[in-house]
Design a protein around this ligand. Sequence first.
Ligand code: FPP
Length: 248
Amino acid sequence: MNALDFLDKNNIPQHVSIIMDGNGRWAKKRGNPRIFGHKNGVKAVRETVEAAGETGVKYLTLYAFSTENWNRPKAEVDALMSLLVNSIENETENLIKNKVRLQTIGCRESLPDNVNRKLDAIIANTSNGTGLTLILALSYSSKFEIIEAVKKIANKVAAGNLSEEQIDEKLISDYLQTASFPDPDLMIRTSGEYRLSNFLLWQSAYSELYFTPVLWPDFRKHDFFEAILDYQKRERRFGKTGDQIETK
Ligand code: FPP
């Protein structure tokens, strides 16, 4: 029996988001350059995508590259971009076979052309996937996403196409890049850091947070199942009292 057998199949989070952290430290511990950690992180990505599929999670968002990551040394950024392109190429067949649909969020226009071309191709090739929706956050900043949404809404109001009274949570959600996905039920961060790092700030208002000391390249299926098991022990109250939830 493994952790998967202990999961309550009726209480699987619909959407899990992950801050994949600790690649650099994992490599450093082994006396290797940081990119060695990123390369080994790809195996953890593959295992996590499979684990999400096995549990019945419908949406998995992976924080692969933040806008702040552009400030890393050029060699590391270039290596990460190559890794992304190679991983996309190597995994396409597997994703299609497993009915995974790939989507992205983030500032795609800042990515190199070759990365965008590969992304467009895989998004098109997996568009009929009926299983897991895998969302890669690439050059993503939650604050930037919110600013862009606010600008669009402000323009509509200024043009007289929207009234102030129509601005509510639903409307703001509809203007975010995640408009067609449900909010994450569970957010996981690896490597023992306790931060959200500008990731899905609006969308995670009621997400359950799970932090593990495991460094991302070591993250395996059983770690994902453990996180879901922990999630299933939580009482999601959405601001109500525990009694209100019990008598629901
Ligand atoms: C954070 O670790 C990790 C990243 C910035 C990159 C994540 C990328 C991958 C796992 C590889 C490719 C991804 C896909 C989707 C194929 P860090 O470098 O901040 O680690 P540190 O905190 O120990 O320095």
